[in-house]
Design a protein around this ligand. Structure first.
Ligand code: TXA
Ligand code: MG
Length: 356
């Protein structure tokens, strides 16, 4: 049985936090809100509980978890960091940034046997209270079945994990809706491993130079990936999603598809929805507000799977913040269906045509 506990970040009920923390202490799984996405957590020092996360998420054992902490004392328990770096981290944490550091005695199951550990202090009062009340760092990946979109609302997590976790804390809609930025500072030069809810340029102002690998948004086919998470399919709806480089090509494809009478949907910012009036659209919010786009992205992918449509169209957009991160989620979610021009659209359409 999964118990849903509703807690408001503005008015935290510590009795309810205690109830959830008790489950963590008993070695059970608790899904909790963070400012990025929901996490599925267990006591980071309990290998058995952490193995259970991998099992219910169907996650590959070589993809390590992020360890969430509520204070700097816990940082000292999980990683080796010098004072100078700690002082910099204090300027960025709590926040949507994960740092990969040299690990201390964190169980191998959490770090997939690496000599490093990913650590984050989330900026969400419910998450921080849960970690502190549990008295231990909490290992938590995003609360979704592997390869599918992350959960940005408790109902998403319930759809994926009902009966498989002890508690889901419902803390409302995630503030950012995309995952944290992951940066490896365990060695120089510092390197971006995953773009996320904190722009790299702003992190560089505190941490110094950070290298952005050219292929950060592409799955690595050959060689060793910098981060295990890079090699897997990610964030994808179950239905095909066609990602257009150019909105004009998406308009052409839309007109073509209307003539074909197939059932499809368009995922679009409000500014573009007037081009697609004759079909169902899933609203992403306004381009002028980067956060509204990032907040709505994963629930839009989930909606595509729920509604009566065979596939979805989406186009790249330029955003003031999280531009790289939002593009990264779109590109990974679309997988092979990257529509560079009309030729690649017709190829993709032909490929799926018989399946409708
Ligand atoms: O916003 C977030 O980061 C959310 C919330 C719950 O905190 N968590 C999250 O976790 O997105 P997950 O497991 O879905 O993604 C963690 C990423 C993966 O790409 C993983 O490969 C990478 O971090 N990672 C973890 N430990 C690592 C390590 N020691 N070295 C390199 N990459 C690591
Ligand atoms: Mg994830």
């Amino acid at each position: 049985m999964t118990k849903i506990i509703k807690i408001s970040e503005r008015n935290i009920n510590f009795g309810k936090i205690k109830e959830a923390a008790k489950e963590i202490k008993k070695g059970r799984l608790v899904i909790f809100p963070t400012e990025t996405v929901y996490g599925i957590g267990a006591n980071a020092f309990d290998p058995k509980a952490c193995r259970e996360i991998f099992r219910v998420k169907k996650r590959a054992a070589d993809n390590p978890l992020i360890v969430h902490i509520s204070g700097f004392k816990q940082l000292d328990d999980v990683a080796y960091v010098n004072e100078e770096t700690v002082n910099k981290l204090k300027k960025l944490w709590p926040g949507p940034i994960t740092f990969v550091l040299k690990k201390k005695k964190v169980p191998d199951v959490v770090t997939a046997g690496l000599d490093t550990v990913a650590v984050r202090m989330p900026n969400n009062k419910i998450a921080l209270a849960l970690i502190s009340e549990s008295g231990t760092p909490i290992a938590a990946p995003s609360a979704n079945i592997s390869t599918f979109p992350s959960s940005t609302e408790a109902k998403h997590a319930l759809a994926d994990f009902n009966g498989k976790v002890s508690v889901i804390i419902d803390g409302g809609k995630s503030e950012f809706g995309i995952e944290s930025t992951v940066i490896d500072i365990s060695r120089k030069p510092y390197r971006l491993l995953r773009p996320g809810a904190f722009d790299v340029a702003d992190i560089s102002k505190i941490m110094g130079k950070i290298i952005i690998p050219k292929n950060i948004n592409r799955p690595i086919k050959k060689g060793k990936p910098l981060s295990p998470g890079m090699k897997y399919r990610h964030y994808s709806p179950r239905k095909p999603l066609f990602l257009f480089n150019d909105i004009n090509n998406m308009k052409k494809a839309y007109k073509f598809l209307l003539r074909k009478k197939v059932k499809f949907t368009v995922i679009s910012p409000i500014e573009y929805s007037r081009y697609f009036k004759k079909t169902k659209t899933i609203n992403l919010g306004s381009i002028k507000e980067s956060k509204s786009i990032s907040r709505n992205l994963f629930s839009a992918f989930r909606k595509l799977d729920e509604i009566d449509a065979e596939f979805g169209l989406i186009s790249k957009i330029r955003l003031k913040s999280f531009d790289l991160a939002v593009r990264n989620r779109m590109e990974k979610a679309a997988g092979e269906n990257q529509i560079k021009d009309m030729k690649s659209f017709f190829e993709a359409f032909d490929y799926y045509k018989d399946k409708y």
